[in-house]
Ligand binder design. Structure first.
Ligand SMILES: [Zn+2]
Ligand SMILES: [Zn+2]
Length: 177
């Protein structure tokens, strides 16, 4: 692990704010900034993809991320499970890596489980929200912590739902494509 990190090409000689990797190491990345937000998504897609009760995503500007493995972003497979977002997985081991909403192409959400814990410089933000709680595990094997002080949303927070609706309207308006 140490050898791959020390071989990173540093922009402006600054160490990255964090680095990350899939399970097999074919996908590696670095970020020049820490995530602005951390969100737990309890939707069924995230559960099936992770095999766990939820996926945690960190949000970054696309411009902050460098895909650092030899094959760069080609190490990933793009998957589309809905009309509003694209996801990526490692093409080799299948680890879920990222999600990009089509209404917000300048941002990328990266699975926080892929962060190299020891690489994180500074303080990560506190968990911002639980989203898609409506779709969360209904059985007893996973309960949300009742008093964690983190806002819970049945789907997306309403500000983001509106953004998606606006994007869909523009998409459907005549004269585009
Ligand atoms: Zn992999
Ligand atoms: Zn989800």
């Amino acid at each position: 692990m140490k050898s791959s990190r020390s071989s990173l090409t540093l922009v402006d000689n600054k160490p990255p704010a964090l680095t990350g990797s899939c399970m097999c190491g074919k996908v590696t990345y670095s970020s020049s900034v820490l995530p602005s937000d951390l969100v737990n998504c309890h939707c069924q897609t995230c559960r099936r993809l992770s095999g766990a009760p939820f996926l945690t995503f960190g949000q970054f500007p696309v411009s902050a991320i460098t895909w650092t493995s030899a094959t760069g972003a080609n190490a990933m497979k793009k998957m589309t499970y809905s009309d509003i977002a694209d996801r990526t997985h490692c093409a080799e081991c299948g680890s879920p890596i990222s999600m990009t909403y089509k209404c917000e192409p300048e941002a990328i959400s990266i699975t926080a489980g892929t962060f190299d814990e020891e690489s994180i410089r500074g303080q990560l933000p506190r968990l911002k929200s639980h989203i898609f709680v409506e779709e969360k595990v209904k059985n007893e094997w996973y309960e949300l912590p009742p008093n964690d002080g983190v806002p819970k949303y049945s789907g997306f927070p309403s500000v983001f739902s509106k953004k998606i609706e606006e994007w869909k309207k523009v998409l459907k308006s005549p004269g585009l494509g």
